[in-house]
Design a binder for this molecule. Structure first.
Ligand code: DGY
Length: 327
């Protein structure tokens, strides 16, 4: 799909992206916009080299693509100046390689903060109240009438919420859960709001929290941050939510932990080797799994596409990249 075929600058998007604002702004600024419609969810390095071709000023890519030395070298040979991930996370991008070829890298923070935090909050509540399990039970025609012990879950009010990775998204999640779990608006009833506490170590959070949400960046220091030993530190009835990156949790250890601790529950948006789940995870009744949809609201996805386009456009026009993850 090509817009403005005679445009001066060639910008390629490796996937169709939501909305038209991002296309219009590139076209208005003299770009020829090419959108790849290959019927493949994940493009290979070779697919992307073909898309880059001989002349390409900038590329908007996706978190499923491996943006390393090979692609940045190909983009630089084609005269490229800019690459933007349509994601806030950029663990799929070798920024050093990009810098080596003089290509600026952008990401899309901000527009997905609340959307992602809302999914983490939804998973927290759904896990606490066993909503997915209960839904499956209804659909299977198993409901025979109200029972005192039917799908008894956890009450979040009054519980300790732990956030690991208190950046933009982690902090937004914490604000939402402050209302939910601590009931600060119940002050009128004489209850005092609970104040924030900065834990002295991650282990302290793991040991003390009833509900833990993970929001760190994935890098060498956070790979398998939640491993067998750390899972064992958590309360037997704790809830763990992950809307960051799958490899932050050792998923094999998690499956064992879920099997051995039926009251421990997880809500997962991301997986160690997407699109796959480690064997056994899909059979766990104490796990809620959704397909990496934390930023999937219309407003956010259009915002991400627009921000990615602005990143690439700005750099083509000679400005520093708008949203540079290095800064
Ligand atoms: C991101 O932006 O990094 C999310 O994982 C997808 O929105």
């Amino acid at each position: 799909e090509v817009y403005n075929p005679n445009g001066k600058y060639r910008v390629v998007s490796t996937k169709p992206m939501p909305g038209t604002r991002w296309i219009n702004l590139l076209v208005d600024q003299g770009c020829r916009v090419e959108i790849c419609h290959l019927k493949k969810t994940i493009l290979s390095v070779e697919d992307i080299i073909d898309l880059i071709g001989n002349k390409c000023d900038g590329v908007i890519g996706q978190l499923t693509e491996d943006w390393g030395e090979t692609l940045f070298s190909a983009l630089s040979k084609a005269g490229g100046k800019a690459f933007s991930n349509m994601a806030v996370g950029y663990n799929n991008v070798d920024v050093e390689a990009a810098n080596k070829y003089g290509i600026a890298v952008g990401n899309t923070p901000g527009v997905l903060t609340e959307t992602t935090a809302e999914l983490a909050a939804s998973l927290s509540l759904a896990a606490a109240r066993r909503i997915v399990e209960a839904d499956g039970f209804m659909r299977a025609g198993l409901y025979e009438g109200w029972l005192p012990h039917l799908f008894v879950g956890n009450l979040l009010k009054g519980q300790t919420v732990g956030v690991i990775g208190a950046g933009r998204i982690g902090s937004a999640y914490a604000r939402m859960m402050f209302v939910t779990a601590y009931g600060q608006f119940l002050k009128a009833n004489g209850e005092q709001p609970v104040t924030w506490k900065r834990a002295s170590s991650m282990e302290e959070v793991l040991r003390e929290a009833d509900l833990i949400s993970l929001h760190p960046v994935l890098d060498k220091t956070t790979y398998h941050l939640v491993n067998k030993e750390r899972l064992a530190m958590m309360k037997k009835e704790a809830i763990l939510v992950n809307c960051s990156r799958g490899p932050v949790i050792d998923e094999v250890a998690l499956v064992d932990h879920l099997r051995e601790n039926p009251m421990f529950r997880v809500g997962l948006d991301v997986f160690e080797e997407e699109p796959f789940m480690k064997p056994g995870l899909a059979d766990m009744k104490n796990a809620i799994v959704v397909p990496h949809i934390a930023s999937a609201s219309k407003w956010t996805r259009e915002g991400m596409a627009t921000l990615a386009a602005l990143n690439v456009l700005g750099r083509i026009k000679g400005y520093p990249i708008l949203s540079d993850p290095n800064r």
